[in-house]
Design a protein around this ligand. Structure first.
Ligand code: ADP
Ligand code: MG
Length: 586
């Protein structure tokens, strides 16, 4: 039994180490890209160290000249001393300027990379995380990494060189003094070691808490209307305070621990600096060293203990970096979509541009990772010039089926293909085949920006005329035309300055402008009055583009103009024949 527990503990430990090693390697791979910047940063720090050592030597000479211990040119020594100090100020400023510049560009580069990776992450994997959490990982954790990469290794080098050279200089003058000055080291190391485990835990929980708060705030601000309407202001304000109290509590528990540790280290430091002082006075009194040497020792011993503390503080920083790396690895390691077949899909579309594209789903089984089983052995097909409807009660899987067509979700089994009218090629539905689709999602999915900008998101080089044509076809021109700035009118966050029906028509216009061979409309006309809806669908029908159109709907008015109807029922997708013209009362 005992052995088993031991074995289990060892396995856990091994796992923990592997994780740490993975994290370090991951950071290292990034760090390697920024070697030059790190080198520059290190060089600046080393020059600074050399200057300050030199200035302590000069200051020794100066004191010795003043106290008459040595003869020399006082004015010249003084001038050098001032020169070195002034030089040090300039060096510091220059180094700050460049290090800021470098750190912002590295931060940008890493964040851009994380952003890109997030965008190509498999949808279902990514959606396991709250957007607030993703945002925190993208901003805080990526910043910790970039800051860490730029500072950690250069600082390790700079501090080590500074510690060794200062120590050597003191040692050269007086070995005993050097040993006394380093007496604090074991105390600092022991206290830090004791803190390490706690640090990792705290860093992890603080990051999780930050993510929770960001998510909470984000949700609050984007749902402010609901919060007001349901009179939930006090409730939400209480929730926030609850979260803050939790945060405070967590931080303070750690703070108490780290205060104790730093008090121990400071007390040890104080004892050592008194000892250095006493020892210095004794050495001057016994005639072993000059006043100048003593002042130099005192300055150097101060710098030794500062550097030592700085070196030790690299440990918690490393813990912070590894925790942040772990949180980013979670995101970066999720399955990614591949767009390698983009060219192939383009060629396929080019060949079938005039004839249109068919879609065929066979024996599809799909279950969300959260557990909901939505399809089992579902069949579906749609062809150019058809409008095919998907009907069924809410929550049966209409939207899910469209997501499968878009390859946003991947069926566990079954075949999902598109094939051309002009060629015998078939292509499996993959992320690259999304370029064959235009999609009008459920809900308001316009972005902030002007109407024209929103339209050009899907077709960068669209002319104003093309945009107006698409708006006309989607029956949106009638209200856009009346806006003071026309297609250059601003759309708020999630389309907030438009009515739902208007936003739907803008969204349809956007999909039409893209002019893809397959058009998916997900309850896209649900907020329109019947007359507008009919006009809009007829416009789409009249267009002689060989479009394959798939709509989900509850409305009989839509079914009237459909070529075929499928009903989603009992996890299947069943063709309805004859068309249920009178099954859905108008
Ligand atoms: N992202 C998701 N994760 C887990 N389950 C989901 C998700 N989206 C939808 N579902 C579930 O899948 C089922 C079908 O949803 P959906 O396709 O949106 O229905 P419909 O569009 O027909 O109203 C529902 O029972 C819903 O609970
Ligand atoms: Mg739906």
């Amino acid at each position: 039994m005992k052995e088993k527990i031991y074995e289990f503990l060892m396995r856990l430990r091994e796992k923990g180490h592997r994780r740490l090693i993975d994290e370090m390697l991951w950071v290292y791979r990034y760090a390697r890209l920024y070697r030059k910047q790190m080198f520059f940063y290190t060089a600046l720090g080393l020059v600074g160290t050399a200057v300050s050592l030199l200035s302590s030597l000069v200051s020794r000479d100066m004191v010795d000249i003043i106290t008459g211990h040595e003869t020399g040119l006082l004015v010249r020594t003084f001038a050098i001393f001032i020169g070195l100090n002034v030089g040090n100020i300039f060096l510091n400023q220059t180094s700050t300027y460049f290090s800021n510049r470098i750190s912002i560009s590295v931060d940008n580069a890493i964040k851009a990379d994380v952003f890109d990776q997030m965008l190509v992450t498999d949808l279902e994997s990514l959606q396991k995380y709250h957007t607030g959490d993703l945002l925190t990982r993208w901003s805080n954790d990526a910043s910790t990494i970039s800051g860490g990469i730029l500072n950690w290794i250069p600082n390790l080098i700079i501090y080590t060189v500074r510690l060794v050279s200062t120590f050597a200089m003191v040692f050269y003058h007086d070995p005993w003094f050097a040993l006394i000055a380093m007496l604090g080291m074991p105390v600092s190391i022991l206290t830090t070691r004791h803190m390490l485990n706690k640090m990792r835990q705290t860093n992890n929980s603080v990051a999780a808490m930050n993510a929770k708060m960001t998510g909470f705030n984000q949700e609050t601000f984007s749902n402010i209307q609901t919060i007001k309407a349901f009179d939930m202001i006090r409730l939400y304000s209480r929730h926030l305070r609850g979260l803050q109290a939790e945060y405070l509590d967590m931080r303070m528990t750690f703070q108490r621990l780290s205060l104790t540790a730093s008090a121990i280290m400071s007390l040890a430091g104080l004892a050592i600096s008194y000892s250095c002082y006493a020892f210095g006075i004794y050495r001057v009194w016994s005639g072993a060293i000059s006043y100048g040497t003593m002042t130099m020792f005192l300055a150097l011993s101060g710098s030794l203990s500062t550097t030592l503390n700085q070196m030790i503080s690299l440990i918690p920083t490393a813990v912070g970096i590894s925790v942040a790396a772990g949180r980013l690895i979670d995101i970066m390691d999720m399955p990614k979509e591949s767009f390698a077949a983009g060219r192939l899909v383009d060629e396929f579309w080019e060949k079938n541009r005039d004839a249109g594209i068919h879609m065929h789903l066979t024996d599809i089984t799909y279950r969300y990772r959260a557990g909901t089983s939505v399809f089992s052995h579902a069949e579906f097909e749609a062809h150019p010039h058809e409008i095919v409807a998907l009907v069924g009660p809410s929550g049966e899987g209409k939207t899910t089926l469209l997501r499968i067509m878009l390859s946003l979700l991947h069926p566990q089994s079954g075949r999902a293909y598109v094939y051309g009218s002009a060629t015998p090629d078939m292509i499996k539905l993959i992320p690259s085949t999304r370029r064959l689709f235009s999609y009008v999602p459920q809900g308001n999915t316009m972005f902030s920006g002007t109407i024209a900008e929103n339209m050009r998101n899907v077709k960068e080089n669209a002319s104003d005329e093309e945009i107006v044509d698409a708006l006309k076809m989607a029956c949106a021109w009638e209200f856009v035309e009346r806006l003071p700035s026309g297609i250059h009118s601003p759309i708020g966050e999630r389309g907030k300055n438009f009515s739902e029906g208007q936003a739907q028509r803008l969204s349809i216009a956007r999909a039409l402008l893209r002019r893809a061979p397959i058009l998916l409309l997900d309850e896209a006309t649900s907020a329109l009055d019947p007359a507008t809806e009919e006009a809009l669908l007829k416009n789409i029908m009249r267009d002689d583009y060989p479009r394959t159109c798939i709509v989900t709907t509850h409305r009989a008015s839509v079914l009237d103009i459909c070529s075929r109807v499928y009903e989603i029922k009992d996890k299947r997708c069943v063709p309805m024949n004859p068309l249920p013209a009178n099954r859905y009362p108008k």
